[in-house]
Design a protein around this ligand. Sequence first.
Ligand SMILES: Cc1cc2nc3c(=O)[nH]c(=O)nc-3n(C[C@H](O)[C@H](O)[C@H](O)COP(=O)(O)O)c2cc1C
Length: 189
Amino acid sequence: MGGRPFDVPIPEEPKAPFPIITEYCDIVCGFGRGSTDLGIPTANVEIEEVPPRMNLLDLGVYFGFAHLEKVDKELTHVNRKDGQKVAYNYGSHLTEENGDLDILPMVLSIGRNPFYGNDFKTIELHILHDFTDNFYGAKVKFNILGHIRQELDYTTKEALIRDINIDIEIARSTLLKKSYLKYKEELRC
Ligand SMILES: Cc1cc2nc3c(=O)[nH]c(=O)nc-3n(C[C@H](O)[C@H](O)[C@H](O)COP(=O)(O)O)c2cc1C
């Protein structure tokens, strides 16, 4: 699967330093370009909230499982880094019926997003599930089980989207293997 020259070979089962698991982290807004510009929405978490050894990982693309949790708060508006006001719904529309609260496969970017020229590091999860809306302010607990590739710069948006879609397929197929699937249980509590 994949077969790109820069793909990191994926072992038959998670190998050290994986798995790395977080506690429940607050989902904060990035610049929203993942959904508006790329059509690939991401949930951002603060780097201070993840375990130090997750922060030591090379910049790049990883995969694992994620579990969302709603937060019992009223809708509020929060100022984004660029000054724009963003509505935080705290995941109020997430439902069991839609499978939003299941433990779900995800692909994760730890990086500086060189394509967009960010000058700071972000941790962004793209959860492989159809959500009806964003869920800023909700919480997410996740584990990282493997590394797909390093972070790259791109000259076109189409090339970035194409690679993210390959990342998604690598994550999806690897997480179906028994030796990876069993780490879903780590997130049950
Ligand atoms: C699986 C995945 C892989 C990504 N790989 C790269 C990459 O190699 N280079 C890059 O500049 N951005 C990469 N991104 C980050 C996107 O550029 C990012 O999602 C986008 O900047 C949206 O961020 P925003 O929500 O803060 O606007 C990746 C994102 C995901 C989810």
